[in-house]
Design a protein around this ligand. Sequence first.
Ligand SMILES: Cc1cc2nc3c(=O)[nH]c(=O)nc-3n(C[C@H](O)[C@H](O)[C@H](O)COP(=O)(O)O)c2cc1C
Length: 303
Amino acid sequence: MSKDEIPSHHGVEDGSKKTYPNETLRVLCERGSVRNFSEREIPEDVMSLILDAGVHAPTGGNLQPYSIIKIQDRETKGELARLCEQNFIEKAPVDLLFCIDWHRIKRWAELEVAPFTATSSFRHFWISFQDTVIAAQNIVVAADALGLGSVYVGTVIDFVSEIREMFNLPGGVFPVVLLCVGYPASKPLPRKKLGMDMIVHNEKYEERTDKELLQAFNEKYSGIKIPITKERLDLLSQVCKDVAGEDFAERCIARVEQNGYINAVQRYFGLHYIANRMPENNEDFLKLMEEAGFQWFKKFEGR
Ligand SMILES: Cc1cc2nc3c(=O)[nH]c(=O)nc-3n(C[C@H](O)[C@H](O)[C@H](O)COP(=O)(O)O)c2cc1C
């Protein structure tokens, strides 16, 4: 089943009565992913401001272990759009590919005769992944602040080999996420989120009661009722069987029938991020990382 056939999980937030003490907070809280881009080009100076905001993001030790590939070529964008099966990638005037980049720093270490093990260290992986995403998010905010919009595309992870080849990524460089940037054809409405009462814990992790938890998710996903079709039920049932056995599958289908619809979390992990398929190729990802020159998850053997 293609994901286009499944109704969206996105509810829209009612922010009509919200006010903000300044423009920064308004931009942060009113942001919504843009997938509907206008034809309007992004002027060079505007693009520079946005990218510079990314470069100024905090990074562990100020090492800046990431690179951004700026993609404007129509053909390349088209190729990416087909690969990821998301048309807006081609329509966006600029796509930015964020990559962990230890290649540049390794070269620096070699040139300056310094020891280097970052591509073999889980710690360095962990921090550089965060560094890369934080820089990307600075760019998201900067783009919004200048009247543009953006959307992340995480599915590049499914095409690491192709992307490494398309963009000449050397060893030590690993694609993390794509960001499509452009002027919105229509302003997206902010999506509903779990509130601070669920996300923020005071001093220690505070377990919510079942009632509180369900109430919060029901509020976020209110109105999300996926109509039952035979195809969906069969898939959901099969996924449940594969993941947790026959009894669980029966319980899940009974819940669907009792409700008269497929609920939001059943949709998420039964029909969209399909629970039995998601962990299938964990080992392939490790292999891809090794092929890209990383031994992050291996015992370090030294020289
Ligand atoms: C890491 C990451 C990967 C994402 N990948 C995709 C994607 O492949 N396709 C897409 O349409 N949206 C993608 N999104 C956008 C999310 O769907 C979106 O942020 C989410 O639904 C919340 O909506 P909002 O951004 O409007 O608040 C991604 C977002 C993140 C942070």
